[in-house]
Design a binder for this molecule. Structure first.
Ligand SMILES: *[C@@H]1O[C@H](CO)[C@@H](O)[C@H](O)[C@H]1NC(C)=O
Length: 474
């Protein structure tokens, strides 16, 4: 850890300079001032993205940035947080060092994990130090919890007791405004966007102009159309008729934890701790102590390695939107619960992965398998060339029955289309015995021959098909 030492050296050398200036930003500044102690609550635990400036009051570039940063703070008000920390303060030095700050000002964006309870994603901001540059970058990093609802998803979106807020729009993109509303009401009101071309939904609610913002207060309740201006403040006021937005920052003592009074009170965030370290994880971990989240496919290489190689065994993949949506989260939660259950029960199972839609290979695979829904769960065995599609609600119980069926070899198996399985040389066959395939032999009534067909043969067939396809294309 050279950085904190370096930082200390620099700041110590400069301490001799005139004036122990107060922080750069005054109390009335739109820039939120945080310190090592409040960082956790104000920034890391927020559901909003933050841009955080690490500064020292004596630094000229920091002073130059101030007007632009304050302007950005005003523009981003309600959408994201704009915060600053004075690294010259004794109590903040170690924190700033731990964040890898080596010069001033340093700007970093802190984006909440897509999945509740995950670590925030911290990235350097190296864009232009102008209000516009900052605003643009930060808006791009506002998490998207808005569900895109097509006609076919309407019923599932409308399920459940939670109020729903829907923007009918002629646009395909989800605005930062709507995303910020979904963040304010995370887990309280489900926010969706429906495009004008979804005619069934549009007709169902008699929508005639776009955009139209509509609130469905609850199951069986009459929808209420919003008549005001499309701005966050007024829209939130309108939604308050059914629920208050989540308080941000969360109140210091959470009421929801009242039930757990006997449990030792959670220690306040360690000011000395670097945010990448375990403190960030601690808060959410106490909320869901036992569920181990399933892994997310990070890129095409990982997808290939885990599931699409000739040597890959059965893999459970949940296709989920890149942004957080209700159904996506539900699928991942259900699989996480199941996976945790299998792990605790030491039962042999398949690896489960979330496959976000922004991984290019996800799109390709979707197309090849002709998957239609935004959220799809499939089982796929590249080695044996089959896949199965889950249909049903996304509850853990229902998914579990399906997985059990696969373990037993029940259910419809489809042949993987050519081109899905990658041609890389299989890894040396360190084949752990696969109990599900053995079970499958008995379950489906497929012949042992078929099931035990040497992988090489399957691979050859697939290769033939790939080649055929290539010729067709030429
Ligand atoms: C963040 O979202 C969760 C729901 O996922 C909510 O319970 C919590 O209150 C929100 N936190 C803040 C600080 O808004």
């Amino acid at each position: 850890m050279h950085q904190p030492a370096l930082l200390t050296a620099i700041t110590a050398a400069l301490a001799a300079l005139p004036s122990a200036q107060a922080g750069l930003y005054t109390r009335s500044s739109p820039v939120l001032q945080v310190d090592a102690r409040s960082y956790q609550r104000l920034v890391a635990d927020s559901n909003y993205t933050t841009i955080l400036e690490f500064y020292a009051p004596w630094c000229g570039h920091c002073q130059n940035l101030k007007p632009a940063f304050e302007k950005a703070a005003k523009k981003l008000d309600g959408y994201a947080k704009v915060a600053a920390i004075d690294c010259d303060e004794e109590e903040n030095k170690q924190f700033c060092g731990g964040m890898g700050v080596q010069g001033f000002p340093t700007l970093k964006t802190v984006r909440p994990a897509k999945k509740a309870g995950g670590k925030p994603i911290i990235e350097d901001y190296n864009g232009p130090r102008t209000a516009t540059g900052i605003v643009e970058d930060v808006l791009n990093k506002v998490n998207n919890h808005v569900t895109r609802v097509a006609d076919k998803d309407l019923d599932s979106f409308l399920e459940g007791d939670k109020p729903k807020a829907v923007l009918f729009s002629d646009k395909g993109v989800t605005s930062a405004l709507l995303r910020s509303i979904a963040i304010a009401y995370l887990d309280v009101i489900n926010v969706g966007q429906i495009r004008n071309k979804e005619t069934a939904a549009v007709e169902k609610f008699g929508i005639t102009k776009f955009p139209t913002f509509m609130l469905i207060p609850g199951p069986g309740k009459e929808p209420v159309i919003y008549e005001g201006e499309l701005n966050k403040k007024d829209m939130v006021e309108f939604l308050k008729q059914v629920a208050e937005p989540n308080p941000d920052p969360a109140p210091a003592k959470k009421k929801s934890k009242a039930k757990k009074k006997d449990e030792p009170k959670q220690a306040p965030p360690e000011p000395e701790e670097a945010p990448e370290s375990s403190t960030v994880e601690e808060t959410p971990a106490t909320a869901t102590p036992s569920v181990i989240p399933i892994a997310s496919i990070m890129d095409d290489a990982m997808l290939a390695k885990e599931c699409l190689q000739k040597s890959s065994h059965t893999c459970i993949l949940a296709f989920v939107p890149a942004g957080e949506t209700e159904t996506g989260t539900k699928a991942v939660d259900s699989l996480s619960q199941l996976s945790t259950k299998y792990i605790h029960g030491k039962r042999h199972t398949f690896p489960f992965f979330a496959l976000p839609s922004d991984i290019p290979g996800a799109g390709t695979l979707r197309t090849s398998l002709e998957l239609k829904d935004e959220v799809e769960i499939i089982a796929l065995n590249a080695r044996r060339g089959w896949w199965r599609q889950y249909s049903g609600d996304l509850s853990a119980g229902s998914v579990e029955s399906w997985i059990d069926a696969i373990r037993m070899g029940d259910g419809e198996k489809k042949k993987l289309p050519s081109g899905v399985v990658h041609e890389e040389a299989p890894e040396p066959a360190a084949d752990e015995p696969e109990s599900e395939t053995v079970e499958a032999v008995h379950g489906t009534g497929t012949t042992a021959e078929e099931e035990t067909e040497a992988p090489e043969v399957v691979v050859e067939k697939l290769e033939d098909e790939v080649n055929e396809e290539k010729h067709d294309e030429l």
